[in-house]
Write a protein that binds this ligand. Sequence first.
Ligand SMILES: Nc1ncnc2c1ncn2[C@@H]1O[C@H](COP(=O)(O)OP(=O)(O)OP(=O)(O)O)[C@@H](O)[C@H]1O
Ligand SMILES: [Mg+2]
Length: 264
Amino acid sequence: MSLLKLDRVTKRFGGLLAVDHVSLEIEAGELIAIVGPNGAGKTTLFNIMSGVFIPDEGRVIFEGRDISRLPPYKRAPLGIGRTFQIPRPFSSATVRENIAIGAMFGTLGKKVSVDESLKIADRYIDMVGLQLHRGKAAGSLTPVEKKMMEIARALAMNPKLLLMDEAMAGMNPKDIDHMVAFLMRIKDEEKISVIAMVEHIMRAVAGLAERVMVMHQGAKLVDAATTEALSDPRVVEVYFGGAPKEFKKNWKKTNGPESDKGTA
Ligand SMILES: Nc1ncnc2c1ncn2[C@@H]1O[C@H](COP(=O)(O)OP(=O)(O)OP(=O)(O)O)[C@@H](O)[C@H]1O
Ligand SMILES: [Mg+2]
C-alpha cells in the first residue's frame, strides 16, 4: 500500500486550473522531488497534501485512509509535516517556541506537554545547528536561518511524510550539499518514511531525489527516475523552451543518464 496516493486531484482558483487532475502514488521509503516552472502548481499540490486546500475534485489517500477533507491540524498528527515556501514564523516568539509548536501539533497524535515540547525543540535545534539562536525572536533570523527553523519545526512534528517546499532556496552550494547529506541521514534516524520536496535547485534534486515528478501548467508532465526525468525532452522544453539550442544540449549533457549528477 502506498503511503500517499493522490487520485486525480484538481484545484481551481476562479477560472485558473492550478492543479489539473494529478494522480501520484508515493511508496514508503521514497525520496521524491516535484519540479516545474514558476506557477506550475507545485505549492498548490503540497497544500492539497497537507490540507491547506481541499481539492475541488479527486481524493487524497494517506495510509489507505481518505483524508481529502481533513484540515491541516488533523493531518499533522497522522504524520504529515511540512515546511513553507515563505516561512511564516511567529516572529516575536523565540526560535525554541516556534519549533516547540511543531511538536505540539504533530508527534503522531500523542499528547505533548509544553515542557516536553520545549525539550523536543531543543533536540532539533541542536540537530539543525541553531544553538546560538535558541532564545532569539524568530523574526530576527536571516532568511536561511528561518529555513533551518522551518525544517526543525517540521521534524519536531515527527512526520512520516515530510513535505519541503523550496527549503533550500537562498542557500549556497556548500550549504545545499550539507542539507542533502543531513536529510539523507535524518530520514533513517528519524524514521521519516517519505521526503517529498519541491525544489528549483537541481543540485539538490539530483543529490537527493530518486524520482522526480515534473509539473507544467497544473498537470503532471513526467514522472520518472531522476536522471531520466531531468533529461526528458519535454522537461527540457518547458524549462528552456525559448533558450538557444546550445544551452539545451549542455543541460542534457550535464543532466542526462550518462553524466554524474552534479549540476547546480
Ligand atoms: N491562493 C491563490 N489564489 C489564487 N491563485 C493562486 C493561489 N495560489 C496559487 N495561485 C495560482 O495558481 C498557480 C499555481 O501556483 P503555485 O503557487 O502552486 O505554483 P508553484 O509551482 O508553486 O510556483 P513557484 O515555483 O513560483 O513557487 C499560479 O498561477 C498561481 O498564481
Ligand atoms: Mg511554489
